[in-house]
Design a protein around this ligand. Structure first.
Ligand code: NCD
Length: 356
């Protein structure tokens, strides 16, 4: 049996994605039917970076399926604080468990972990790179609250540069027919080039806006995001960006009647609390869909995936890419993994160009 990892949603087919979303709906409707679906199974949560929702929704998901959970959420309490590599941690933990869930500030670390893991690995967010289970949550919410994943005008507002939820969501929605994006942010926090390239490759229409109010009437979905303070080089740089875009009741008044407002949470100051009582505010419902979506994902991964008997790591020279947050710069033993895009050699771990 193959090991089914989930590093990016592109690891599964559109059909499989649809099946997971359908299953999430069934579990939500009849949770009791799935209470013992993962009896005897053990999940590890390796959280190298703070998280409330993602970690707790993964834990609740596994416990509600009858499985059990081990892990850490404070790397200071784990051997990583003694200098252990991701490879060694994962090698050991995947020997104990049936599925490994990993959240890390290091981009590409979950992909690196798959090389050394006997069990399937799920990426619960890697730096500013990807966050596929948040996207699964978002797609599940859109399916059940909006009734479709296509022909949507989606406003993405806030930190387009560092927001991994944004990058993953674009990858999922850009290929679908009739979707159109409006990126509402400051120039400094606009989307990275690879995300724009992806949109172009998929002939997806997009526009930029520097003002939220004026685009409100066009939107079917407004996806608000937090300015990612932890990814800024200095507090001054963060302060300059904070509070630029704030959704409040006055701006909501300009939105369509069936607008859906989403936010991966946590919110800081980008949505005022007077928006919470608006029926178009979907962000708290979204967190619940997230748990059901993760239940469906865990179940699917465990049903489809076995464990590797042996770990065979490909040989290769170490590579360093331009991206200082890439795992290849932090964990220098890793084999080189690259692909070529438009004549450029790109790092498979973090999707950034390799330093020649
Ligand atoms: C997001 C994340 O961690 O990237 N949160 C989450 O997973 N619910 C968004 C954020 O932290 O801003």
């Amino acid at each position: 049996m193959e090991v089914q990892n989930l590093i990016d949603l592109s690891d599964i087919t559109r059909e499989e994605l649809k099946e997971i979303i359908d299953l999430a709906g069934k579990i939500k409707a009849n949770p009791k039917d799935y209470m013992h679906a993962c009896d005897g199974k053990l999940m590890a949560t390796l959280f190298y970076e703070p998280s409330t929702r993602t970690q707790m929704s993964f834990q609740s998901a596994m416990l509600r399926l009858g499985g059990q959970v081990i892990g850490f959420d404070n790397p200071q309490n784990a051997s990583v604080s003694k200098g252990e590599t991701v490879a060694d941690t994962v090698r050991v933990v995947s020997g104990y468990t049936d599925v490994v869930v990993m959240r890390t500030p290091v981009e590409g670390a979950p992909l690196a972990a798959t090389l050394y893991s006997k069990a399937p690995v799920i990426n619960a967010g890697d730096g500013g790179h990807l966050h596929p289970t948040q996207t699964l949550t978002d797609l599940t919410t859109l399916t059940y609250e909006k009734g479709r994943l296509d022909h949507l005008t989606i406003g993405l507002c806030g930190d387009m540069k560092n927001g991994r939820t944004v990058h993953s969501l674009i990858r999922a929605l850009a290929p679908l027919e009739g979707n159109r994006f409006i990126f509402i942010s400051t120039e400094e926090l606009q989307l990275p080039q690879y995300a724009l390239d992806f949109l172009d490759e998929h002939h997806c229409e997009y526009a930029f806006a520097s003002d939220l109010e004026s685009v409100m009437p066009e939107l079917d979905v407004l996806y608000m995001t937090r300015i990612q303070r932890e990814r800024f080089a200095s507090l001054e740089q963060y302060e300059a960006q904070k509070g630029v875009f704030v959704l409040d009741a006055a701006k909501m008044a300009k939105g369509k009647e069936d607008l859906l407002v989403l936010h991966p949470l946590p919110r800081v100051d980008e949505i005022t609390t007077d928006v919470d009582k608006d029926k178009r505010a979907g962000y708290f419902k979204q967190t619940e869909y997230g748990m059901y979506a993760r239940m469906a994902l865990i179940l699917t991964v465990l049903n489809k995936s076995g464990k590797k008997e042996e770990i065979e790591v490909p040989d290769g020279v170490n590579c360093r890419c331009h991206n200082s947050r890439c795992v290849t710069n932090a964990e220098t033993y890793l084999p080189q993994l690259t692909y070529v895009k438009e004549g450029k050699t790109v790092c498979t771990y973090c999707d950034s160009p390799i330093e020649e």
